[in-house]
Design a binder for this molecule. Sequence first.
Ligand SMILES: [Zn+2]
Length: 354
Amino acid sequence: MSKKTAAISIILLLLMILPLVSQEKNIDTALMQNISYLLLADAVQSWNASASFDVLSQTGSIIRGKEIITFKLDYEIFILNGSRVLVGKPIIFKDGRLYIPVETAGLIRAWFLDRENEQKTKGRVAIIVIDAGHGGKDPGAIGDYGNFKLAEKDVTLIIAKKLYELLRNNFPDKKIILTRSDDSYKTLEERVQIANDHSLALNEAIIYISIHANASFNAHAKGFEVWYLDPDYQRTVITDTTAVTYDKDVLPVINSMLQEEYIVESVYLARQISASLAAVIGAQSPSRGIRPAQWFVVRNTKMPAVLVEVGFVTNPEESKLLADSAYLLKLTQGLYTGIISFIDYFENQQRKSF
Ligand SMILES: [Zn+2]
């Protein structure tokens, strides 16, 4: 040991001893109150945690995974993850050892358990279903310009397949599903079934993105819009006869049993997609906003879902854009960015622990 380290050791030793003088009284008081103590080291070990203590500042921390509790000797305040306070009988220092009241140890153990459960239920997007609207005998909307024709079913398939590729390449741990990968006809029930067939763990969710293109009698109508389930209809069972369709052919409401949480998430997903589409194609195709709809094709309660109308095939200019592969790629990247923002929110931000 060098002279310098020896000197520091002595100073540290003095600093450790000095506070003891004032603490003796606290211990006596504590004993008088019949407080039972544990060695902090033993408690920490039983939590699979670790602890450190700084003699100079008389503060210490207990660390378990991502969780950290900071304390100060003789203080009843424990700081949880730097932002929350737990009040408990203080940790004390006696005979060169730290002691924690049994009662306080119980509170800390309970907090660790809560954080553990929270981690277990933290959301994860496990499956992404991409639904290319229409297909096969059902062309969807058609833009007919004599020498040039554009069918909704073709536009939606191109976008869906590009989006599938992007997601599959970047999220190998998620299941990416296309409701159709060719020009085939699928009933709404079949599309829904594809999404509802998958079982999910408690913390997992599916997101469902249905892609469509719009039509209007007004050839000037243009722009994209994103639909989500109207919260007012969340618990309504709607049969085919009462269903309101807004996309002439599309999506009679089957049943909506979404929990409120997933409605909120559908709105969030719609917002993210709308904003990122606006960023990439907004200059060419205006945003018509996000809108609530009564349509719904999902039965799974853990499925935020949106329907995107990417533009009007009945608008001569927009139909040219929708037939242009560079434009469709840009549009798909907008969808992709919106989905990523949603995943980040769902998996990382929304249930942030305190
Ligand atoms: Zn459609």
